[in-house]
Design a protein around this ligand. Structure first.
Ligand code: HEM
Ligand SMILES: *[C@@H]1O[C@H](CO)[C@@H](O)[C@H](O)[C@H]1NC(C)=O
Ligand SMILES: *[C@@H]1O[C@H](CO)[C@@H](O)[C@H](O)[C@H]1NC(C)=O
Ligand SMILES: *[C@@H]1O[C@H](CO)[C@@H](O)[C@H](O)[C@H]1NC(C)=O
Length: 320
């Protein structure tokens, strides 16, 4: 009986094994023989860009997030619009907001110089986001690689999948769940807002109309963000009021003090199910660092193109 059920299950086990291996094709040593110099080519260009403008580390990290949430981590966000092709760059979450494309071009040029035609733009975003976090004082990790580049992009995917700043906690949880990411990953990855800047139009309603905000913090932010829609929309404020160019756990300390800049930030600590995780990270930087790394690896695993799917773009801005 035991013997015959083993025989019946054997083909099923084989199928499961094969399915498992297709989602595990990314590896940290993917370029070990084809481009061992990839890391040493990328890092100095990231370093120089951040030395020139500290905010750039934040902008590069965000590019990876916005890439991975739209048809997987496939470099789709890097494709320029053409008269016959609509990319993701002008979708609502990206338009006049995502930046760093010139830096990505410089990184790609440095990589093409040492290993032409080998390293994907999607992998460049993964390495670049890790390097940015490390350079700004955050945790280090081994990046999984082997992604290939898309020949398509999705304007509607960018509009629908990337959560907006007026999201409720349940919206945030469901947008991350739709990508296969847990609530725990969502709270840890939101710590990316320990660096970088946001535009007035994205936090106006929070600083004028929400009640879950420290009133003196709200007043300070109102000084450079007029209440009238359309006026001062692009004025910037730091997502972490303490140390916006340092990757640390201050973001969570701010939330506990009701000093989250975005409505969506403060939703993580507003009497709901994620309060305890925010509390843990605010007291425990090493727990935050290790959960952030886990979140970045999980996010980097979102439906990659591997094997012979997609292509290795020569120019990250256009399909070969
Ligand atoms: C949880 C849901 C999230 C929401 C609702 C959200 C929303 C936003 C918004 C509205 C901005 C400001 C954009 C602007 O005003 O132009 C922003 C900036 C930023 N986001 Fe997020 N985000 C989320 C998750 C993430 C994740 C997972 C990461 C990375 C791990 C991330 C990294 C960043 C960074 C670094 C910036 C600053 C970029 C810069 O200064 O150029 N965000 N985010
Ligand atoms: C993107 O922003 C530009 C400049 O503000 C604007 O003219 C354009 O209509 C926006 N594009 C979309 C698709 O909303
Ligand atoms: C957020 O704002 C957009 C655009 O104004 C609106 O369509 C949407 O319903 C809002 N979402 C939530 C969760 O409030
Ligand atoms: C605040 O809420 C009021 C009432 O809903 C609305 O008229 C106003 O436009 C809102 N202000 C901002 C800055 O969102």
């Amino acid at each position: 009986m035991a013997f015959s059920s083993t025989l019946t299950l054997a083909p099923l086990a084989l199928v499961l094994l094969l399915l498992g291996s297709t989602s595990a094709q990314l590896s940290t040593n993917f370029y070990a023989s084809s481009c061992p110099q990839v890391f040493s080519a990328v890092k100095p260009v990231v370093q120089a860009a951040i030395a020139k403008e500290q905010r750039m580390g934040a902008s590069l990290l965000r590019l990876f997030f916005h890439d991975c949430f739209v048809q997987g981590c496939d470099g789709s966000i890097l494709l320029d619009d053409t008269p016959t092709f609509m990319g993701e760059k002008t979708a609502v979450p990206n338009n006049n907001s995502v930046r760093g494309f010139d830096v990505v071009d410089n990184i790609k040029a440095a990589v093409e110089k040492v290993c032409p035609g080998v390293v994907s733009c999607a992998d460049i975003l993964a390495i670049t986001s890790r390097d940015s976090v490390v350079i700004l004082g955050g945790p280090n990790w081994d990046v999984k690689l082997g992604r290939r580049d898309s020949t398509t992009a999705s304007f509607s995917g960018a509009n629908n999948n990337i959560p907006p700043p007026n999201s409720s906690l349940s919206n945030l949880i469901s947008k991350f769940a739709a990508q296969g990411l847990s609530t725990k990953d969502m709270v840890a990855l939101s710590g990316g807002h320990t660096i970088g800047q946001a535009r007035c139009l994205n936090f106006r309603a929070h600083i004028y109309n929400d009640t879950d905000i420290d009133s003196s913090f709200a007043k300070t932010r109102q000084m450079n963000c007029p209440s009238t829609s359309g006026s001062g929309d692009n004025n910037l404020a730091p997502l972490d009021l303490q140390t916006p160019t340092c990757f640390d756990n201050d973001y969570y300390k701010n939330l506990i003090n009701k000093k989250g800049l975005l409505h969506s930030d403060q939703e993580l600590f507003n009497g709901g199910s994620t309060d305890s995780q925010v509390m843990t990270y605010s007291n425990n930087p090493s727990t935050f660092n290790s959960d952030f790394v886990t979140g970045m690896i999980n996010m980097g695993d979102i439906t990659p193109l591997t094997g012979s799917s997609g292509q290795i773009r020569k120019n990250c801005r256009k399909v070969n």
